[in-house]
Design a protein around this ligand. Structure first.
Ligand code: NAP
Length: 423
């Protein structure tokens, strides 16, 4: 019976769904042994370090990941970095197939003047900071100002704005990183402006996220009724379903009673950022409006949430921030899934069908299986997090959270994570 060996690089949703697709394709005649390699000591990718802490329901997909991880033939190799602890060439030589599932982790740049000033950061730094990603724990976003501007009209911009505009006690029962919770408690920010370059009818928010906003208990959510009615007019009589749902959700927001709370989240449309200005740090953002005028917002923090590009890996070609690929095929026995393949779009579940399509191609390409491989003997680090090490970390974090009514308290530094794993 052929048993094929597949290495999946990246333990985020796309990686797990690729593993699941392979597991589902198994028959009595066809078996896979799957080795998942992850550079962090923790798996789950964006489910751990991307999804907003106040959206715990979205994180329940981790249960699916753990079922995949504890199925026969699956092994986790955490704290192992491709290019450092093992090379792509070795993986390609030893495995029947290698699947790149490394996502897109770098924030896109606006490319405007002042973008590098202190006080200007990308959501690609801010989000992993509040989620306790080890590489971002030492960031210190400037929360010592009254107003923050978030550039972009997608769900990441919305997450970032909400995290800044929530009453911090609302985050007590979440798994927000301890360092971020403390900083947010001391935050002086009371107004957060989400700024879109196009109109409400073109916003990339999804309607469930918009419909949640009126439920915020301690934050005014402000959207101009005239912005929404002009968008309804521009959208015409038969807008697409998503646009119709979004505009309906926005109409409800625009009708909310205002001014009750100390914290405000305000939407601005049809304003293109032109320059971040200030004396050694961000003090204001200059916009061009659709009416051909200039508009200035005074602020001490500006966060760009305008999309992501993939971080290049040695030996792989990239185009427009994605791995160069044809429907997921990259080269001889090399494949790509998820955001690294198609760019940063879609919700977590989108990766399921996407990965399944690529795994069908992978199976169709299979030749004679290669001899079995002992990955551990090929890895240069001896601090490898296995599934059982990870289960120890997971259990310790959950136990630490329990007395505080939190789903978990995340360990943040690599050293602490390895210690909890027993290494
Ligand atoms: P996104 O949905 O693609 O939104 C990016 C936003 O940035 C768009 O509004 C875009 O405007 C704007 N933008 C791009 N370039 C710009 C520029 N140069 N100047 C000004 N604005 C610019 O990306 P995302 O918010 O990063 O989200 C990534 C994916 O994750 C999305 O599919 C999202 O739905 C998903 N996600 C889902 C959830 C959830 O389900 N709760 C949470 C977070 C993320 P234009 O349209 O004008 O280009």
């Amino acid at each position: 019976m052929p048993q094929y060996k597949v290495a999946i690089v990246g333990a985020g949703p796309a990686g797990y769904f690729a593993a699941q697709a392979l597991q589902n394709l198994q028959t009595d005649e066809l078996k896979f042994s799957i080795d998942m390699i992850e550079r962090l000591p923790t798996p789950w990718g964006l489910v751990r370090s991307g999804v907003a802490p106040d959206h715990p329901k979205i994180k329940t997909v981790a249960k699916v990941f753990e079922k995949i991880a504890t199925s026969d033939g699956f092994s986790l190799y955490g704290n192992v970095e491709l290019g450092t602890d093992i090379s792509l060439d070795v993986l390609k030589a030893k495995y029947d197939a290698v699947v790149i599932a490394t996502g897109s982790a770098t924030g896109k740049k606006l490319g405007i003047l002042g973008e590098e000033l202190p006080g200007s950061i990308s959501a690609a730094e801010f989000v992993p900071w509040y989620n306790g990603h080890p590489d971002f724990a030492n960031h210190e976003p400037n929360l010592d100002c009254d107003t923050a501007v978030v550039i972009g009209a997608g769900n990441v911009a919305m997450d970032v704005a909400r995290m800044l505009a929530l009453e911090p006690s609302e985050l007590d029962a979440t798994d927000t990183a301890t360092h971020a919770l403390e900083a947010l408690r001391n935050s002086k920010i009371r107004k957060v402006v989400i700024s879109a370059r196009r109109g409400p009818e073109h916003a990339a928010f999804t309607s469930p996220e918009l419909r949640d906003l009126p439920k915020l208990e301690y934050t005014n959510v402000v959207m101009s009724a005239s912005d929404v009615s002009a968008a309804l007019e521009r959208a015409g009589a038969e807008p697409e379903k998503e646009v119709r749902n979004n505009l309906e959700a926005m109409r409800l927001i625009s009708e909310l009673e205002q001014g009750k709370h100390a914290r405000t989240m305000e939407f601005q449309f049809l304003c293109t950022p032109k320059e971040f200005r200030g004396n050694g740090k961000v003090e204001e953002v200059l916009f061009n409006t659709s009416a051909g005028e200039e508009k200035v917002i005074k602020c001490g923090l500006v966060i760009t949430a305008i999309g992501y590009v993939a971080e290049p890996l040695a030996g792989i070609s990239y185009e427009k921030g994605k791995v160069l690929n044809a429907e997921g095929r990259v080269g001889e026995n090399l494949y790509v899934v998820g955001w690294a393949k198609r760019g940063p779009s879609g919700v977590i579940g989108t990766n399921k069908s996407d990965a399944a399509d690529v795994m069908n191609l992978l199976v169709a390409d299979m030749k004679e299986p290669k001899p079995s491989v002992d990955l551990i003997s090929l890895i240069t680090t001896n601090k490898v997090i296995s599934q059982s090490h990870w289960e120890s970390i997971n259990a310790a974090e959950i136990a630490a959270g329990e007395p505080h009514g939190k789903p978990r308290i995340k360990a943040v530094s690599r050293e602490e994570l390895l210690r909890l794993g027993g290494l």
